[in-house]
Design a binder for this molecule. Structure first.
Ligand SMILES: [Fe+2]
Length: 222
């Protein structure tokens, strides 16, 4: 599996310094700073397209990126890797630009062909990013494999032993946000209820160490 894809390496140092200045002071979860970063980053044109196409997904990616940034720090990932995590988390659902709104917004269960369209967003997202000009460093594994479970029961059946820690942390924070946000057809879970669900599925869907680290930062945030 491919690891980081450096597209604009000369800008990495400047972006890292800017990120550290903005996000490091805005905890917990840094949603406001992540929103500003999303507006200014090399990924911004793709993200603006998502904002116009499906605001709910755009807002989801802002929150997921904030959680992912904090979790990457809690796991001790170095600054350059946290930058990659942040940008990749912002872009993780960008493939939904090519999923029909009727599927994205359908309440209740999807038909088999609708599921196929929904699942396709992982690989479509990777293809969109590869085609985009001047997008900074992105971890393509985070885009393609963010619906994989550590027991191998995810979209593509890739087990945890073959997934990097960035993919595993995105899986946890993506699920946490999906559980806690009001999507109109299910009562959103409280943070405590969502953490209990993550813990229940710890070791089956979610990496145990990553789950524990995320629980720590959510409890610290209060
Ligand atoms: Fe997704």
């Amino acid at each position: 599996m491919k690891r980081h894809r450096e597209r604009n390496p000369e800008s990495t140092g400047r972006e890292r310094a800017r990120l550290s200045a903005k996000i490091g002071k805005d905890r917990p979860f840094a949603f406001c700073s992540v929103r500003r970063f999303a507006a200014e980053d090399s990924s911004s044109s793709l993200l603006r397209r998502m904002l116009r196409y499906h605001r709910q997904t755009y807002e989801h990616t802002i929150r997921v990126a904030g959680y992912a940034w904090e979790l990457a720090a809690e796991l001790g990932l170095p600054p350059a890797e946290r930058d990659v995590v942040l940008r990749s988390a912002l872009l993780h659902d960008i493939g939904k630009l090519e999923v029909p709104l009727a599927v994205l917004d359908k309440p209740g269960s999807l038909l088999p062909e609708e599921w196929d369209a929904m699942r396709s967003h992982c690989r479509r997202g990777d293809a969109l990013i590869r085609l985009a000009e001047s997008v900074g460093p992105v971890d393509s594994e985070m885009i393609v494999y963010h619906h994989e479970n550590v027991d191998g029961s995810g979209y593509y059946g890739v087990p945890g032993a073959m997934l990097n820690v960035r993919v595993k942390l995105l899986r946890v924070v993506d699920s946490f946000d999906a559980m806690t946000v009001d999507r109109g057809y299910n009562r959103p879970r409280t943070r405590e209820e969502a953490l209990a669900e993550l813990t229940r599925c710890r070791g089956r869907l979610y990496d145990p160490d990553v789950t524990d680290a995320f629980s720590r930062i959510v409890y610290r945030a209060g």
